[in-house]
Design a protein around this ligand. Structure first.
Ligand code: ATP
Ligand code: MG
Length: 354
């Protein structure tokens, strides 16, 4: 299995956050955060706006000091190492290319700062330009490049001095969808070829699922869950995770006796939850089926049906007002206003703490 091999491949720890906390005045932005980043992995920090992703990245690269905690790189405490002494490359959302320097001068810049001999600089610049497939624009100024090309040059400028850790903060945020997808493939290829450890910040869950070896989902300065895309998507541990990653249908209730009591009936499910706990039943749209009225588990009214090419998304509204989304690849012959039942296999539902 792909996921198993990829987690074995990255078992060495490259970078370790130990109880990192950050406060600005009274506001706590990061709360005693522990995180291991494995050597050679591409880890995404995913989470809603304000969850602390950029702050964590800035602490890793040394632009911001933590209030407490420790940052270990290759087993050494680097919490107080200045930015320029860390073996870390950073790509920000605004590409920050020097406008008056040509593409090749931009890329050569970090090497000149490190006083490398000219011949070596020329050779490295040429190599990295080939890697991002932009050798033909070497003598242009940044303003004569498209957004995607500028982004690739920013990436090249970061790769050229071969940092062993690369941090990227929403580097594709400004690009249109098609270019984003092309750049995602590019980043995956560059990651494979360079062997660098990459921490990639995004608030786009699809991007995280597409790119990551592991996803670290953050919420309010804490880690909500960390795992492979598959683990996070298929086995979310809380309703926050289930709702943030992919679409989820959620039925709230309370555990009493042996089941989850909801306004739509009792769902007898085993879990580690205790009597009195608030919990929710979570079912992904692709695991839900529409059945004839009276033949399923829940009853509702078809309130929307959206054709999306490879599938049709049907929204069924329950009596309590909950909207459930069903993804149907077959032609579901339903019309808005139809009364229908909803069905699913118990093994495809999950009972989660709220
Ligand atoms: N220099 C600062 N002074 C005070 N508060 C700050 C400072 N920098 C960040 N914050 C606060 O810390 C919290 C986390 O900010 P951060 O930029 O890390 O979030 P983020 O997850 O990167 O969000 P986004 O997705 O919007 O970029 C926010 O509430 C923000 O207002
Ligand atoms: Mg940010």
């Amino acid at each position: 299995m792909m996921t198993t091999t990829s987690s074995f491949k990255h078992e060495k720890v490259k970078l370790q956050a130990q109880k990192i906390a950050k406060s600005y005045g009274q506001t706590q932005v990061l709360a005693d955060l522990d995180l291991d980043v494995h050597s050679g992995e591409l880890l995404t920090l995913l989470g809603p706006s304000g969850s602390g992703k950029t702050t964590l990245l800035q602490i890793v690269c040394g632009l911001v000091e933590p209030t407490s905690g420790c940052l270990m790189i290759d087993g050494k405490d680097e919490t107080w190492t200045p930015v320029h002494q860390r073996d870390i490359g950073v790509v920000f959302q605004n590409y920050a290319l020097f406008p008056h320097l040509t593409v090749e001068e931009n890329i050569a810049f970090p090497l000149r700062m490190r006083h490398l001999p000219s011949a070596e600089i020329n050779q490295k610049v040429k190599q990295v330009l080939e890697m991002v497939e932009l050798g033909h624009v070497a003598t242009r100024l940044p303003r004569a490049l498209s957004g995607g090309q500028q982004q690739r040059i920013a990436l090249a400028r970061c790769l050229v001095y071969q940092p062993s850790v690369i941090l990227m903060d929403e580097p594709l945020g400004a690009l249109d969808r098609q270019l984003r997808e092309t750049m995602q493939m590019e980043i995956k290829r560059i990651h494979r070829e360079s062997g660098a450890t990459i921490i990639f910040v995004t608030h786009d869950q699809e991007e995280a699922l597409a790119l990551s070896d592991r996803i670290c989902l953050m919420n309010e300065g804490k880690i909500a869950q960390i795992g492979t895309p598959q683990e996070i998507y298929e086995r979310p541990q809380t309703t926050f995770v289930a709702e943030f990653i992919g679409l989820s249908n959620i039925l709230d209730g309370q555990i009493r006796g042996d089941g989850l009591h909801t306004r739509h009936g009792v769902f007898p499910l085993n879990s580690g939850l205790r009597d009195g706990d608030n919990a929710a039943l979570v079912i992904r749209p692709e695991h839900m089926r529409i059945a004839e009225q009276g033949s399923g588990v829940l009853e509702g009214l078809v309130s929307e049906s959206v054709y999306a090419g490879s599938e049709t998304r049907v929204v069924v509204t329950l009596a309590g007002g909950e909207k459930f989304i069903v993804r149907s690849s077959a032609q579901t012959p339903v019309r808005i206003g139809d009364r229908v039942s909803l069905n699913w296999d118990v093994q495809n539902s999950r009972l989660l703490a709220v």
